[in-house]
Ligand binder design. Structure first.
Ligand code: UDP
Length: 471
């Protein structure tokens, strides 16, 4: 099953977006789209259709672009596990993290190249001369040369990065460098994520966005959120409203799924303050650190409950570390005393229906009292932007994009030392104890997202880059 397959996305209702935009932005979007050459297809190629931040962005990006009349299409790479083991290693390296510590040498180049050579055969059937192709993350860097040979314009985009270069970033970038030489441009999430040698190529900085109309971020009342959580057995209550949400395709559906939950006793009551982290089960998200910080510094000083929420452990094809991380969390949870254990839940949400999964995440984020994202490294934490959009007080580590997303205390707390559990606990406890301040911070956070991290800003930046490249 090596190859590329197209993901079809219906046009989205543009009014769902424009309802949230600053004055004048709708006109800018229409004007920007009109200037694009109608016969130059813009392709996006990544390695997963569901799960993870890139897929989260591509679906609305393709949907809104199509609604604006832009010829935008999306291809997903299917590859065997040994390929994803290697690309995971590279991705960890780019983030400055050791990962599984395995090599990135000659044998790995061979596997990487042979998989992408087979995928390229499919690519060439789709891409025409003059098309513009965004290749996302290490999984697709080896396609740059093939895109160029097809007469199209390859732009490679890195979604991760490290604050400081180290031996891991060095090895990972060295692996990618030869493949990227022919790219017409490189795109980074933050300027300092670029490797030193990028200056020989054109580059741009474009931060990611969230979609305000997606099942994950669409408006949802507290009553509906509680009903969704009750139906999923995540809150101990009777549903009082239909747990209904709007899917990507505009139809309505019921947000109900059967999560796998590790907990002691019954789900928490609706009145119990909720501290929430939603992440993939990946070591860099530091779920165990959140658990320990909560157990030692929040649980003894509040009546809050903690939920650590991630996708089903087998849900993301290119995430082989997930089972290990989840296992480590369960072991740590079992070692806690009974009283603390009863305040902490580990939740795995099925991904079979991504819209339902997203609606449940929406309900959790809406219901949460404080949201945390205690990553040890982060390209740009979409979960943080999602929390800010829901006007929640947010505690993050000041790493990677999170520093830029939460630049000061007016919009959340970004902790300088991600390993300082006491500081983490203090920040969470402060928000729990001061609802008025939490509300003010949350509202300012939401305004920041409206100004900078919605699809309009993003699409205009991409179109401007493509225009520059074609001039
Ligand atoms: N996510 C989800 N369900 C889950 C876990 C995560 O929908 O069970 C989503 C989360 O809401 C966010 C994305 O996956 O939109 C993760 O993006 P982020 O940038 O935070 O981290 P990444 O996974 O890209 O490292």
């Amino acid at each position: 099953m090596i190859g590329l397959r197209e993901v079809l996305v219906a046009p989205r209702k543009i009014a769902d977006l424009t309802a949230h935009l600053q004055p004048g932005q709708e006109r800018m979007l229409a004007a920007g789209s009109m200037r694009h050459h109608p016969e130059r297809t813009i392709w996006h190629v990544n390695s997963t259709e569901h799960g993870g931040g890139v897929a989260e962005m591509l679906r609305p990006m393709v949907g809104y672009s199509r609604a604006l009349g832009l010829p935008v299409r999306w291809l997903v790479l299917d590859a065997p596990p040994e390929f994803f083991e290697i690309t995971k290693r590279i991705d960890n390296g780019i983030s400055g993290v050791c990962g599984d510590g395995g090599p990135l040498g000659y044998a790995e180049h061979e596997v990487y190249q042979s998989v992408l050579a087979r995928a390229a055969a499919v690519l060439e059937e789709h891409v025409s001369p003059g098309d513009q192709v965004f290749l996302h993350d290490p999984q697709t860097a080896g396609l740059v040369g093939y895109v160029r040979r097809a007469g199209a314009v390859p732009v490679w985009r890195a979604h991760n990065g490290a604050d400081e270069p180290n031996q891991h970033t060095g090895v990972a970038w060295e692996f990618l460098r030869a493949y990227l030489r022919d790219a017409h441009a490189l795109v980074f999430t933050l300027p300092h994520f670029a490797p030193a040698w990028h200056k020989s190529l054109a580059s741009a900085v474009i931060p990611p966005f969230i979609d305000p109309a997606s099942p994950k971020n669409q408006p949802m009342s507290e009553r509906v959120a509680l009903s969704v959580l009750a139906r999923c057995d995540l809150i101990d209550a009777e549903p009082s409203a239909p747990p209904v949400f709007t899917r990507f395709d505009g139809t309505t559906a019921t947000a109900e799924l059967r999560p796998t939950v590790v907990r002691e006793g019954r789900p928490p009551s609706p009145d119990s303050p909720l501290v929430l982290q939603v992440s993939r089960w990946d070591a860099v998200k530091d779920m165990p650190g959140v658990m320990l910080g909560f157990a030692e510094h929040v649980a003894p000083r509040s009546d809050a409950t903690l939920m650590l929420v991630g996708p089903e452990v087998t849900g993301v094809a290119d995430d082989p570390e997930a089972a290990q991380v989840f296992d480590d969390c369960v072991k740590m949870w079992r070692a806690l005393d009974m009283e603390t254990r009863s305040r902490i839940q580990l939740v795995c949400l099925p991904m079979a229906d991504p819209d339902v999964n997203a609606a449940v995440v929406n309900a959790l984020q809406r219901h949460a009292t404080v949201i945390v994202q205690k990553s040890l490294s982060e390209g740009f934490g979409l979960t943080a932007t999602e929390a800010m959009w829901k006007a929640k007080p947010l505690v993050t580590s000041a790493v990677g994009g999170l520093r830029f997303q939460v630049p000061d205390l007016s919009v959340g707390t970004a902790l300088t030392d991600p390993l300082d559990l006491r500081a983490f606990g203090n920040a969470v406890t402060r928000y729990l104890a001061d609802p008025a301040n939490s509300r003010t911070v949350g509202e300012r956070a939401r305004a920041r997202v409206a100004e900078q991290f919605l699809p309009d800003t993003h699409l205009l930046a991409e179109l401007a880059l493509l225009r520059d490249l074609s001039e």
